[in-house]
Ligand binder design. Structure first.
Ligand SMILES: *Cc1c(COP(=O)(O)O)cnc(C)c1O
Length: 452
C-alpha cells in the first residue's frame, strides 16, 4: 500500500521559530515548569490541544469574505443551518461561540440539584457545567478503557449494564438525559460503536430518558465505525454520521474540533418546547438565534468546514497520521493508550517513570523533558490535572494532541526523534513539587519547581 499523504498542498505558511536548548531551559524556568505559561512563539511543535488549532482551507477563507454580518436573518446563518441539517437531520440548530456555551444552555434547562447525568466519560467542561447547575455527572465507561494496553476496537463505549443499574438505583425521573461522547475524549479519543449507541438508546427508550451526543469529533468517530464495525465498510461517512445523529434527541458540538474552525459551537435539540427555551437562553447570553455569539463569517467557515471534515481522504489522512505517531512511540518502547485514538496519543508516563511517584507528577516531568529536548508542547493528564481530590486518577498520562491539517509527516518524525532521545535518558528525569495550587482547574495556573 502507498503512503497516505496529506490530501492538500500548502498555500500560506506560518514560520516556526527555532530555539536553543539553553533558551528553552530559561523559558521553562520562567514558566515555573507549567507549559500553559509558555508563549506560543517559544514553542516549535504545539501539541497542547487539537481544539481550535486547525488550519482552514482556501474555500473556508473564501467563504469568510461572503460572511453576512446582518444582526437577524443573515444568509450565512441559513447556509450554516442547511449544512448542519443535511448532515445531522436536526431541524432546530443553534449556533454558539463554543461547545461549552451549548453545554451551559442545555444544563441550565435540564440540570439542577438531585439530577444525575450519565455519560461514557464526561469531558471536563461538560462535567463542570453539569455540576455548576447542581446536578451530578457520572462516568460509565466500559472496563476495557481502564487498561492502556487493551486494544478494544470501540474502547470509548458506554457500559450499558452500568447504565441500566444506575437507572434502577436512582430512578429515571432523576436522569434528565443520558449523554454519549463521540469520540470519547477523556478515554483517549477512543470511538463509540453504533451497536453501543443503539444499546444505550434502547435503555433510554425503556425509561423515557432522552439521549444526547457530545459530538465534537463525530466525523472521526464515523470513520472508525466504517473501518472497524461489521457491516459498515461499504457505507459512506455521511451516511454513518446521519445514523449516529438519528439515534439522538440532541447534541452539543464544539466546532473547534470536527467543525475545522478556530471558534464555534452548535446545540441541536429535537424536542420543540425544549428548543424554544434554549432559544430564549441563547438570546439572553450569546446572541440572536441567527448568529449565537458568532460573526457571520464564522458561520460561513463552519458550514464549509463541516462539508470538508466528512471527506474520506481527509479522514483517512487524519486518523492515519495520529496512528503513525502512536506506532512510532510504541516502537521506541513507550506504552501508549492503545489502540491510537483519533485526535491524540496518550503516553503512560507513570509506567515510563516508576521511580517518580504520582505526588511528584511523572506526567509533568515528561512534559518538561519533551519541551527541553525539542520545544514540543504536550499536556499532562494525570495527578496535575485531576489530583488533589478524594480519588487519585487511575493513570498518569501525557497527551500529544494533533492539530488538524497543521503539521506534516516530517514534523511528526521530529517529534518521534525527540521522544526517542527522552526515552533513552528517562532515568535522568526529575519529579516536581507544586509551589502554587489554585482551587480549581489547577493545571492551567499551577506553578512547580524541580526536585533535586
Ligand atoms: C472541546 C470539548 C468540549 C468543549 O468545547 P469548547 O469548544 O472547548 O467549549 C466538550 N466536549 C468535548 C468532548 C470536547 O472535546
Amino acid at each position: 500500500m502507498k503512503t497516505i499523504i496529506e490530501p492538500f498542498r500548502i498555500k500560506a505558511v506560518e514560520p516556526l521559530r527555532m530555539t536553543t536548548r539553553e533558551e528553552r531551559e530559561g523559558i521553562l524556568r520562567d514558566a515555573h515548569f507549567n507549559v500553559f505559561n509558555i508563549r506560543s512563539r517559544d514553542v516549535l511543535i504545539d501539541l497542547l490541544t487539537d481544539s481550535g488549532t486547525g488550519a482552514m482551507s482556501s474555500l473556508q477563507w473564501a467563504a469568510i469574505m461572503r460572511g453576512d454580518e446582518s444582526y437577524a436573518g443573515a444568509e450565512s446563518f441559513f447556509r450554516f443551518r442547511d449544512v448542519v441539517r443535511d448532515l445531522t437531520g436536526f431541524d432546530h440548530i443553534l449556533p454558539t461561540h463554543q461547545g461549552r456555551a451549548a453545554e451551559r444552555i442545555l444544563f441550565e434547562l435540564v440540570g439542577g440539584p438531585r439530577k444525575i447525568v450519565p455519560n461514557n466519560n464526561h469531558f471536563d467542561t461538560t462535567r463542570a457545567n453539569i455540576e455548576h447547575s447542581g446536578a451530578e455527572a457520572v462516568d460509565l465507561p466500559i472496563a476495557e478503557a481502564a487498561d492502556p494496553a487493551n486494544r478494544h476496537p470501540f474502547k470509548g463505549n458506554m457500559d450499558v449494564a452500568k447504565l441500566e443499574a444506575l437507572v434502577a438505583r436512582v430512578g429515571a425521573d432523576r436522569i434528565p438525559l443520558c449523554m454519549v461522547t463521540v469520540t470519547n475524549n477523556s478515554a483517549g479519543g477512543q470511538p463509540v460503536s453504533l451497536e453501543n449507541l443503539r444499546a444505550v438508546r434502547a435503555v433510554c427508550d425503556r425509561h423515557g430518558i432522552p439521549l444526547f451526543l457530545d459530538a465534537c469529533r463525530f466525523a472521526e468517530n464515523a470513520f472508525f465505525i466504517k473501518r472497524r464495525e461489521r457491516g459498515y465498510q461499504e457505507r459512506g461517512i455521511r451516511d454513518i454520521v446521519r445514523e449516529m445523529f438519528e439515534l439522538a434527541d440532541g447534541a452539543t458540538i464544539s466546532a473547534k474540533k470536527d467543525g475545522l474552525v478556530n471558534i464555534g459551537g452548535i446545540l441541536l435539540i429535537r424536542d420543540e418546547a425544549l428548543a424554544q427555551r434554549a432559544d430564549a437562553l441563547l438570546i439572553l447570553t450569546e446572541g440572536f438565534v441567527t448568529y449565537g455569539g458568532l460573526a457571520g463569517r464564522d458561520l460561513e467557515a463552519m458550514a464549509q468546514g463541516l462539508e470538508e471534515v466528512v471527506l474520506e481522504d481527509y479522514l483517512a489522512y487524519r486518523i492515519r497520521s495520529t496512528e503513525y505517531l502512536g506506532e512510532r512511540l510504541l516502537r521506541i518502547g513507550y506504552q501508549i493508550v492503545e489502540p491510537p485514538g483519533g485526535h491524540a496519543i496518550y503516553i503512560d508516563a507513570g509506567g515510563l517513570l516508576p521511580r517518580i511517584p504520582p505526588a511528584q507528577f511523572p506526567g509533568q516531568a515528561l512534559v518538561c523533558a519533551l519541551y527541553r529536548a525539542a520545544g514540543i508542547r504536550s499536556v499532562e493528564v494525570g495527578s496535575v490535572m485531576f489530583g488533589g481530590k478524594d480519588t487519585p486518577p487511575p493513570l498518569e498520562l501525557v497527551r500529544l494532541a494533533i492539530p488538524r491539517r497543521v503539521y506534516t509527516q516530517s514534523h511528526i518524525d521530529y517529534v518521534v526523534e525527540a521522544a526517542a532521545e527522552v526515552y533513552a535518558r528517562r532515568a535522568e528525569l526529575r519529579g516536581l513539587r507544586m509551589t502554587h495550587e489554585p482551587p480549581f482547574l489547577r493545571h492551567f495556573t499551577a506553578t512547580f519547581e524541580e526536585l533535586a
